[in-house]
Ligand binder design. Structure first.
Ligand SMILES: Nc1ncnc2c1ncn2[C@@H]1O[C@H](COP(=O)(O)OP(=O)(O)OP(=O)(O)O)[C@@H](O)[C@H]1O
Length: 656
């Protein structure tokens, strides 16, 4: 059975397939601080865009929020300027009322200066509060907008994309990466802008007012810049590794939870735990490496300005003793330097937030940039009420990255209103062929036609109103039975018509059990319908396909989990319902062939024979071989003694 498109759980690992493909799984990459780049994906390469241009890609999502974000930054800048103004007042106090000596104390001027300092402090606090008010809300809007866009794109992307990407990687991109971006927009970006401005303005003030002292302080900027640059390169690689490893861990949790029954049944809980612990430990080591890199840079960025201030103090005291600088100017210099020091010390934190955000942007756009290769035509053809003639004309199909074609120049016609069973050995490509009809995959060569129109010339939405599918692996959603069954029901039906459709579909699928559920058809079934038995799930999935009222019904072994009696009852009703519908039934049990007017045999990627069950049994040795295999398989599973002979149907064996 091919990977069912209805199976949402990932057991895949991202495989780079294009420039926008995901990085290799990081789960095996060492987390040692010296080697993070090995799984850092393409973003650390020489051709990676700069952090500024990578983050600039947020602009379309952030544009509506820009006025508030800018207002928030202006408020933050004002807070910073208020902080930088305080030393100027201090200079005047020291050089004025304080320098004048006790006898001449101007208490009025002193009180005024104190009030001014207090006022500036209050102003700073107020601007900080205003900044928060401005940026909080838009940050959440940007995050929600980006999450919507990602989800919409994921729904649009072809099944082939989901074959390659692990669920946890998509989950971590849509949750933790976007959370990181919101926090960066709300705190990181304003802090970055304000810190940079504060440092630039502050250092300019120091140079203009402090002269030589300012230049001494500026000299400290050289090692700070070198350290910040080296830190950025190193931290970016670790940040990428950590976020990839989080995605891998999410995949493991997702797979384990999904496969919890298998793990328990085989007593593999301990192994799963050991494997998980290993993986979690790798992530922990990466996080430790990240924290240690950040703390090293923070120590350096704390020590350098302090050392610089120490040197400046010696120079300043000598200058003050020589009368080259006033005491007030010296106090103001150090007060200003203290204000500038704060953002310099915080630079490690601000840079790491920005680099984490950059990684998040890279990871987000790796998915969003993946082109959708399965799109609607520019001018779709419209089929008002198709007859339901289906034809596979010279179809070749190869999975991405697979060396060989699964289907090789297949020709098959499904005349309108007929039911064709597709039979072949396991792995012969039956499910693959079935998925080409609703265009879950596009043919590699040749064409699939509905009423002589290439399915690629129809809008996908229209095609899927004409073609409905039920898979063996029936996925249901955590919604009511009603919503699950009516998922693909024709639009525009009034409530009584929808109820009638629901009742008929449930009746055909022999799903009367739903009326015994606590709230009948309004009962919410658990995640993926796991609260139901396999047979119950299959019957609801079948009812869903029937309720879509399609012209073409593709059933990929949808009765495999039913007991023989229920299967017979479903088949009987299906035969009535399928009367006017073109049906393609992938058959894994001899009894399923009973549904069909004719049988198509798939062998080595080709349709080798088409005919009635009886004719094929008589004339086609490969068919006999397949049927005896299916019988043996069914017998092994206790389902073999199906007395119903497949319904005799007219038609001759057509050997391809
Ligand atoms: N998503 C995929 N990517 C790559 N190869 C795949 C994928 N799905 C299926 N295949 C391969 O394609 C071949 C045909 O698979 P398919 O599921 O169509 O066979 P099948 O006849 O339906 O098998 P079964 O009777 O066991 O369900 C197999 O070799 C399988 O390994």
């Amino acid at each position: 059975m091919a990977t069912s498109p209805s199976r949402p759980r990932g057991r895949r690992h991202p495989v780079p397939a294009s420039s926008s493909a995901p990085p290799p799984s990081s789960s095996t990459a060492p987390a040692a601080p010296t080697t993070p780049a090995t799984s850092g994906g393409g973003t650390t390469s020489r051709h990676a865009p700069s952090t500024v241009s990578a983050l600039a890609r947020l602009y379309p999502f952030a544009r509506p929020a820009l006025p508030r974000l800018v207002a928030g930054m202006v408020a933050a800048l004002c807070a910073s300027l208020a902080a930088l103004a305080i030393p100027r007042v201090l200079e005047r106090v020291v050089n004025g009322p304080l320098a004048a000596g006790a006898a001449e104390h101007d208490t009025g001027a002193l009180a005024g200066a104190v009030a001014l300092v207090a006022g500036l402090g209050l102003l700073e606090a107020m601007f900080i509060a205003v900044r928060r008010g401005f940026v909080m809300l838009p940050g959440t809007h940007v995050e929600a907008r980006m999450r919507d866009a990602l989800y919409r794109h994921l729904l649009e992307l072809p099944v082939a994309f989901h074959d390659r990407w692990a669920g946890g990687q998509l989950l971590s991109r849509s949750m933790s990466d976007l959370g990181l971006l919101r926090r960066w927009l709300v705190f990181g970006l304003p802090t970055l802008v304000v810190s940079t401005t504060t440092i630039l303005v502050g250092v300019s003030i120091l140079i203009v007012t402090g002269g030589v002292l300012g230049l001494v302080y500026l000299a400290g900027a050289i090692p700070v810049t070198v350290i910040a640059f080296r830190f950025s390169r190193r931290f970016r690689a670790i940040s990428r590794l950590s976020q990839d490893q989080s995605g891998d861990l999410a995949t493991t949790v997702e797979e384990s939870v999904h496969g919890i029954r298998v793990l328990k049944a085989f007593g593999r809980g301990r192994d799963a735990l050991d494997a998980f612990t290993d993986q979690a430990d790798r992530l922990r080591r990466t996080e430790m490496a990240k924290a240690s890199t950040q703390s090293t840079v923070t120590s350096a960025l704390t020590a350098i300005p302090e050392l610089t201030l120490g040197v400046a103090l010696v120079v300043g005291v000598v200058q003050a003793a020589n009368g080259q600088i006033s005491v007030g100017a010296l106090v103001a210099f150090f007060a200003t330097a203290a204000v500038v020091n704060t953002p310099v010390v915080d630079l490690g934190m601000t840079l790491s937030m920005t680099l984490n955000a950059r990684t998040a942007v890279d990871r987000y756009f790796e998915v969003l940039d993946t082109p959708n290769t399965l799109t609607d035509p520019a001018a779709p053809t419209h089929l008002d009420s198709p007859r339901g003639d289906v034809e596979l004309r010279d179809v070749t199909f190869r999975y991405d990255d697979a060396p060989d074609a699964v289907l090789d120049h297949v020709d098959l016609t499904l005349p309108a209103g007929t039911t064709t069973a597709l039979v072949g050995l396991t792995g012969s490509g039956k499910s693959t062929l079935a998925m080409l009809v609703p265009r879950l995959y596009d043919v590699t060569d040749g064409s699939v036609l509905l009423d002589d129109v290439d399915v690629r010339d129809l809008a996908r939405h229209e095609l899927r109103t004409h073609v409905a599918v039920a898979f063996e692996d029936s996925t249901l959603f955590s919604a009511s039975v009603r919503d699950n069954v009516l998922l693909g029901a024709p639009e525009g039906l009034d409530p009584p018509a929808r109820e009638a459709l629901l009742a008929e579909a449930l009746d055909v699928a022999q799903a009367a059990f739903v009326h015994d559920l606590p709230h009948g058809v309004d009962t919410t079934i658990g995640e993926e319908g796991l609260s139901l038995s396999g047979g119950q799930r299959q019957r609801l999935a079948l009812a869903r396909a029937i309720a879509a009222r399609p012209r073409v019904l593709v059933l990929d072994d949808p009765l495999s989990a039913l007991d023989v009696a229920t299967e017979e009852a479903v088949e009987k009703r299906l035969r009535q319902v399928l009367a006017g519908t073109t049906s393609l039934v992938v058959a894994h049990r001899p009894s399923t062939v009973a549904l069909a007017d004719r049988v198509a045999v798939l062998q080595d990627g080709r349709i080798t024979a088409v005919g009635t069950h009886h004719d094929l049994l008589t004339h086609d040795p490969h068919y006999r071989h397949v049927i005896s295999n299916l019988e043996a398989d069914a017998a092994a599973h206790g389902l073999g003694e199906h007395d119903d002979e497949p319904a005799p149907a007219p038609g001759r064996t057509e050997h391809a």
